[in-house]
Structure formats: structure tokens, C-alpha cells
Ligand binder design. Structure first.
Ligand SMILES: [Fe+2]
Length: 411
């Protein structure tokens, strides 16, 4: 059995937790095991440029500006499927609209095609996928509605483990294809087979502190990124684009909790340099609820990311599981029913029962709000979820739980 070391860089802001998990026992990368220790603790000097009062990047920041023409792909990202032999490629084409009289784009007007292969030239394989748009609608006087660009998700299958693939995405008939990017598949699942380094981050946002976190994360060359909820904080803004650290303090009289959906597009552009080559796996946080007309929730989250939901039998974007080498990750939804009588619990029972610990010895569970913390603002917030699910996770010997939500580190 291998062991896992969590090293905690000193990158902690008021809304951010970052752990870099170095999987030890990695036979490929030569990362030492805890049996080779004890080691002197490694810490990163505190970055004085980090601000306790986090400041968002403005829309004029060059990293947030749309740089493509027509229906060329932007906001390109990679996500894992349930096993090493499949990944999702996602991107957006066309401009979002925000205003009072918006006309949604036709998602069928642009094809979803990925050309990929082990060689840069020629990209010998082609996969086709699906496209959609989502709307964020506020039927109240003076509030602006939003309709997304066309969001594309394509699943590549039949991939080899631990292998570099080149790809480009878009619609070749326009033509509007992206540049060529690359990603590496996860190693095959087995007790001696692990990704070298996994970055785990929560409460990311799009502030100047975020830029420091992502720079730090990139410099540590992760093989996989887990984002454990609270993604863009678009819901700290009104539909007119004015924002506040405390929405309810600054805007106490709005008829519904508004959002400014272009923040999602800014975030997608900002993240592309990382997530177009390193797979990112996301689970929802409270900032993704984003209630709109007819009590619809999680529209942006569910539409923009690809999830291995169907592949892992969940049929919901709000909880799913996947393997990364010898680790089985369970991503749980804290803002959807977790009751013993509900769908998620039933799915979790089945998923846990199917885990073969001789193939994936490590069992890691994540969800956004921690069950245990002493932070006054969120104290016992997730207690009901704990009461329903804790015993089940214990009974299957979950090794590690990773959470976000509170701006403190507990080990
Ligand atoms: Fe949160």
C-alpha cells in the first residue's frame, strides 16, 4: 500500500484553500515515499502581494478579453471521464448576450468536432459531441438577462494510459478550428500506478489572489486539478455588472439574488492556459447555485463543465465519481438531496460497493462545505449531510476527505 503526503503551501486568502497533493509511491516520477522520510517540512514564503480583501480582475484585464473571431473556439478545457481511456474536451463558440431583448444562439448552428492523435501531424482521429446553450433569466424590471455562447462537449474514447495526445477543436466546416493543444491521460488504475501530482483548490474566484494561486499551481506542474466548489463568484454581482464582497450587505433589496454571468466567460478565458492541457474536475459549491426564473439552479455550472456523470452512473452533474490511477475519487453534492432515501445516497451506495480496492487502493471523497470546522460563519452548516452520509463513508474506509468553503486549513 502506498501512502499520500499533503503539502500545504502558504497561499491562503480570505476565500481560498490550496493544497498540492504529492502522491508518493509514484514509481514513474521518483517522488519519495513517507517511508523515505522524515523530511524537513517544505513551506512557501507568504506572498506579500496577496490581499485579505480580495479584488476581482476587471473585464478590461487582457487575460479576460475575447481574442477569437467569429465562431472560433475559446474557453477550452479538458476533463476526465470515469477511467483513463476517455476524456472530455469542452469549449465555447460565439458571443454571449446580456440585455433585455436577447435572442439565444442556435446550438446546432456550430458543429462539435475534435481532431486528436498521438502525433501533432496528422491528427488521425475525429470525435463528435454535443452542443448546448443556457440562459440566466430574471423576469424583474430592470434586471438584464443572459444567454451563453454555444457550449460544446466532446468525449474522446479508446485512449491509451499515461499518454500525450494532441488535439484541436471546433467546426471544420466553417472553418473555425482552434490551435493545437495537448493533454496527458491518467495512468492505468492499479495499486502501483498514480498521477504524479494532483492540485486541489477550492473557492477559486477571479481575483488578483487567484492569479497568484494559479501561477503557483502551474509552477508545480500538476497532472490533474480538482476544484472543490465556488468557482467564479459571479453571484457577487448584479446583472448590471456592479459587484460587492457581500452581496446581501450591498444589495439588500434586489427581488432575487442576481448574478453577472459574463464573469463565467472571463473565468473560462483566464483558466484556458492551464485547463486546456491539465484536466480539471469540478464539484459544485454554494456560489454555483445561482437561482433564476422558475427556481432553476446550477445552470452555468451544469452547462459549462463536462462531468463523467453518465459514465459513473449518477445521471446528475451534481455528484459523480472517477478514477485517477490507483485512486477512486467520489465527488459529492452538498446542495442537492443527500438523504438516505434520495438518489444521490443510492448512487453513492452503489458506487462504493463497486470499488475494487485492489485496483484503486485509495478512496478519496470531496464535497464543498466541511462537516467539521470551528469557523463561526459556517459552523455546522453541513451537519445534516454529515448525519446522513458519514456512516456510509466510514463503512467503506474512505481514506481522505477534501473540502473547501471555509478560509482556514484543518488537517
Ligand atoms: Fe462556499
Amino acid at each position: 500500500m502506498v501512502s499520500m503526503l499533503l503539502s500545504v503551501p502558504a497561499v491562503v486568502s480570505t476565500c481560498l484553500l490550496l493544497f498540492l497533493a504529492n502522491l508518493v509511491g509514484n514509481v514513474r516520477g521518483g517522488i519519495p515515499t513517507t517511508l523515505d522520510g522524515p523530511f524537513k517540512p517544505v513551506t512557501v514564503p507568504f506572498d506579500e502581494s496577496l490581499r485579505g480583501h480580495a479584488v476581482d480582475l476587471p473585464p478590461t484585464d487582457p487575460r479576460l478579453i475575447r481574442r477569437v473571431k467569429g465562431f472560433e473556439p475559446e474557453q477550452i478545457s479538458v476533463a476526465l471521464s470515469a477511467t483513463y481511456d476517455s476524456v472530455w474536451i469542452s469549449w465555447i463558440t460565439g458571443k454571449f448576450q446580456i440585455g433585455y431583448n436577447i435572442k439565444p444562439l442556435n446550438p446546432k448552428s456550430v458543429a462539435s468536432v475534435v481532431h486528436y492523435g498521438k502525433l501533432r501531424f496528422p491528427l488521425s482521429h475525429e470525435a463528435r459531441g454535443n452542443s448546448l446553450i443556457y440562459n440566466q433569466l430574471y423576469p424583474f424590471e430592470g434586471l438584464r438577462n443572459y444567454s451563453s455562447g454555444i457550449i460544446h462537449h466532446v468525449r474522446l474514447t479508446g485512449l491509451k494510459p499515461d499518454t500525450l495526445y494532441y488535439y484541436r477543436c471546433g467546426d471544420p466546416s466553417i472553418p473555425a478550428m482552434s490551435d493545437i493543444y495537448y493533454f496527458k491521460t491518467m495512468p492505468i488504475s492499479g495499486p502501483k500506478s498514480y498521477p504524479g501530482r494532483i492540485a486541489v483548490v477550492g473557492d477559486l474566484g477571479l481575483t488578483y489572489n487567484t492569479t497568484s494561486t494559479i501561477d503557483h499551481l502551474i509552477s508545480n506542474k500538476p497532472d490533474l486539478v480538482l476544484l472543490i466548489g465556488d468557482v467564479t463568484y459571479a453571484n457577487l454581482y448584479r446583472t448590471n455588472g456592479t459587484g460587492s464582497d457581500c452581496y446581501s450587505c450591498s444589495f439588500p433589496d434586489t427581488p432575487i439574488h442576481e448574478t453577472y454571468q459574463p464573469r463565467w466567460d472571463y473565468w473560462g478565458r483566464f483558466m484556458q492556459p492551464l485547463v486546456s492541457r491539465v484536466p480539471i474536475m469540478v464539484i459544485e459549491g454554494n456560489h454555483e447555485i445561482e437561482e433564476q426564473v422558475e427556481s432553476r439552479t446550477f445552470s452555468a455550472y451544469s452547462a459549462r463543465f463536462a462531468f463523467p456523470s453518465e459514465e459513473s452512473g449518477s445521471l446528475s452533474t451534481l455528484y459523480y465519481s472517477f478514477n485517477a490511477g490507483g485512486i477512486h475519487f467520489i465527488m459529492l453534492g452538498a446542495y442537492v438531496s443527500y438523504k438516505k432515501s434520495g438518489d444521490q445516497y443510492r448512487w453513492l451506495e452503489g458506487d462504493l460497493a463497486n470499488v475494487n480496492r485492489s485496483v484503486t487502493p485509495w478512496l478519496v471523497a470531496t464535497w464543498h462545505p466541511p462537516w467539521y470546522n470551528s469557523y463561526q460563519a459556517h459552523y455546522k452548516e453541513a451537519e445534516c449531510m454529515r448525519v446522513e452520509m458519514e456512516e456510509l463513508l466510514y463503512s467503506y474506509g474512505v481514506d481522505i476527505v477534501l473540502n473547501g468553503h471555509i478560509p482556514q486549513i484543518y488537517r
